[in-house]
Design a protein around this ligand. Structure first.
Ligand code: BMA
Length: 344
């Protein structure tokens, strides 16, 4: 039998650092704020408009169980939300049959080359959830490109610039063998290929075993693309959605440079622990303060509300330096321990 490996966990500190700070006004948006009847609001894409207004493109679920998207705007990104009086983007199954059971979980990327926002979202088709893409300049009119990744696929965002001449899309196809993050490339945002596995769900007892997915769009830093991803743990009392952190190479985004072992944010507050779906934190968007370091992360809480947490990009990178390891090294270590176990 092999000796227990104490190097797997850090023994230097008696507590985990708080990298994300919840806003005291949480939850910042709930059904009570809505100008029309609906069941719940959660999982919002986020961006800053040219005048500094924060725009959230919220997933709103009605009492049939079907979702649409609705824009909310605020000067300070915290309160005073001006919410569209009616749905901003409704499913349109007549022209886009893949939207028959609603549209969900938008991510927004501003693309300087196009001078437009690209919104990727889940379109819930009869064949399962797929990925759709639409372009907008103002979040009032949208140019739909239709379904770009067939079911079962979701948790998508576009990188804001081309990589070696191609657009890059992160997504999460689901297979019987697990749900891992992939990246695909396209010359025109319509036709996608050169698919690469980007980040694998771990196995066994890990918090991010079997099912992971991209959370908000990647954050471009001088060190690489900083990625928040969610891990889903199945427990006898339901799923637990938590957040982890990884860093990817700027020019080869399928290459993982660092991945943290522990989750960095999970359901703790009452509004995260109890709702339509208990124990869910699910960010789909962020905005960056003018200091270029403070991140405002907007997340769905328990599929019932939108909440805000703040983080420092510098601290997140420092944490990854101290706690992250390179995927390839991790795999080599897994292999080494599997081989030594087999020899015992
Ligand atoms: C995921 C997505 C999210 C949702 C979460 C928890 O699969 O569908 O929209 O918030 O489950 O229900």
């Amino acid at each position: 039998m092999t000796a227990p490996d104490t190097t797997l966990i850090s023994l230097e500190s008696t507590h985990y650092p708080s990298l994300l700070t919840r806003h005291p006004g949480n939850p910042i948006l709930t059904r009570k704020d809505w100008p029309y009847s609906m069941n719940s609001v959660f999982n919002a894409g986020a961006t800053l408009l040219p005048d500094g207004t924060t725009l959230l493109l919220c997933r709103v679920e009605d009492r049939r169980g079907l979702s649409h998207l609705c824009a909310a705007r605020s000067r300070n990104g915290v309160d005073g939300w001006q919410i569209d009086r009616e749905p901003t983007l409704m499913p349109n199954p007549r022209e886009y049959p893949e939207e028959i059971w609603g549209i969900e979980d938008p991510r927004i990327t501003f693309v300087p080359e196009l001078q437009q926002y690209v919104v990727t979202y889940t379109s819930y088709s009869r064949g399962g959830p797929g990925v759709s893409l639409a372009l907008t300049k103002d979040f009032r009119s949208f140019e739909r490109y239709g379904v770009i990744m067939p079911p079962d696929d979701k948790d998508t965002a576009l990188l804001p610039r081309r990589i070696n001449g191609y657009w890059a899309l992160i997504h999460r196809p689901m297979t019987a063998l697990g749900a891992h993050m992939w990246i695909s490339y396209s010359p025109d945002l319509r036709y996608w290929g050169r698919h690469r596995l980007m980040l694998e769900a771990r196995k066994g007892a890990w918090w991010d075993a079997n099912k992971i997915g991209l959370s908000p769009p990647p954050i471009e830093t001088a060190r690489g693309w900083l990625v928040f991803y969610h891990g889903v743990r199945h427990t006898p009392s339901g799923c637990l959605y938590r957040l982890g952190l990884a860093l990817f190479d700027l020019e080869h985004p399928e290459k993982c440079l660092l991945r943290g072992d522990s989750w960095i944010f999970g359901p703790e507050a009452d509004y995260e622990r109890h709702g339509d779906v208990d124990d869910v934190v699910f960010p789909c968007g962020y905005t960056m303060d003018p200091d270029g370091d403070t991140l405002n992360l907007y997340y769905g809480a328990a599929d019932c509300a939108i909440a805000l947490a703040r983080a420092s990009v510098r601290s997140l990178l420092d944490w990854l330096d101290a706690n992250g390891s390179c995927e390839r090294r991790q795999r080599a270590e897994d292999l080494k321990s599997a081989v030594s176990d087999a020899l015992v």
